[in-house]
Design a protein around this ligand. Structure first.
Ligand SMILES: NC(=O)c1ccc[n+]([C@@H]2O[C@H](COP(=O)([O-])OP(=O)(O)OC[C@H]3O[C@@H](n4cnc5c(N)ncnc54)[C@H](OP(=O)(O)O)[C@@H]3O)[C@@H](O)[C@H]2O)c1
Length: 248
């Protein structure tokens, strides 16, 4: 797939950045992007050697731990050093769920763990990419229906810290979108709920019926279409993998 570059008049491959690509949803993003013929920069937390080693002409693998500020800075610096890199779509996918995380039982450390990885890390990561001046068309944050304040999921016993971390992510990314608009920055900021996807994160025994579970393949095919359908007018909005707006 080629993207026309108005400034230089040349055609280049559509380029994606996936932060948190070692497993689950992030891994499937990389697989589908490579299958389309696009270029991807993928991040893992350690040992880049084992990932997509046969496809290094179109898949560069870097290290990034979103819970570690120095790791984020080192990663943003490495990305900025790639000659002529222009990212069409960045997806900040990294996230954790330590289950259960009830508000009535939660430790300080476990609450901080969710906030560090699901809220602070993704926002700081996006901020540093923007600060390093890397051209980015859109940044999609992997949110969750659990983080919706308007559509509170009362039956989700054991999800207090996770839900709070995604609700905080939603608010922070809305502010990021509004700040960028005020500055005239054209980067599109989106929140995305991928659906109930059968990954390691979803392999927990919960006390309610999980409806509509789907494979990563099905979810990500939808997510890619959602991301590609959005433009500047959509910045600061929240979508499902089916391209339906989701209440904040
Ligand atoms: N699965 C679902 O049904 C569902 C629903 C709604 C939202 N989501 C969201 O979708 C995203 C992906 O979830 P998933 O289901 O694919 O989960 P997963 O299978 O548990 O994978 C989580 C990914 O995040 C990475 N990660 C965790 N902590 C990180 C850190 N500190 N720095 C960098 N990467 C880190 C993991 O890397 P390691 O291999 O190094 O641990 C792994 O690649 C998450 O943000 C999750 O909240 C998932």
């Amino acid at each position: 797939m080629a993207t026309s570059n108005a400034a230089s008049g040349r055609e280049r491959e559509t380029t994606w950045l996936i932060v948190g690509a070692s497993r689950g949803i992030g891994y499937e993003f990389v697989e589908q992007i490579l299958a389309r013929g696009d270029r991807v920069v993928a991040t893992v937390r350690r040992n880049t050697a084992s990932f997509w080693s046969g496809q290094r002409d179109r898949c560069q693998v870097l290290i990034c731990d979103v819970a570690n500020e120095k790791s984020i800075d080192d990663f943003a610096g490495s990305l900025a050093a790639i000659p002529n890199l222009e990212i069409d779509h960045a997806i900040i996918n990294a996230g954790v769920l330590k289950y259960p995380n009830r508000a009535t039982e939660l430790s300080f450390a476990d609450f901080a763990y969710h906030l560090n990885t699901n809220t602070i890390g993704p926002i700081i990561c996006a901020q540093r990419l923007l600060k390093f001046g890397i051209p980015i068309g859109s940044i999609t944050f992997m949110s969750s229906d659990s983080g919706s304040a308007q559509c509170f999921r009362e039956m989700e016993d054991g999800f207090a810290a996770y839900a709070a971390s995604k609700a905080a992510l939603n608010q922070a990314l809305r502010h990021m979108a509004a700040e960028l608009k005020r500055k005239g920055d054209k980067t599109v900021i989106l929140a995305l709920h991928p659906g109930e996807v059968t990954t390691d994160m979803a392999s927990i025994e919960v006390g309610w019926e999980v409806e509509g579970q789907m494979s990563p393949q099905e979810s990500i095919a939808g997510c890619i279409k959602v991301i590609e359908s959005k433009d500047l007018e959509d910045s600061g909005t929240f979508w499902t993998w089916e391209n339906k707006p989701y209440p904040w």
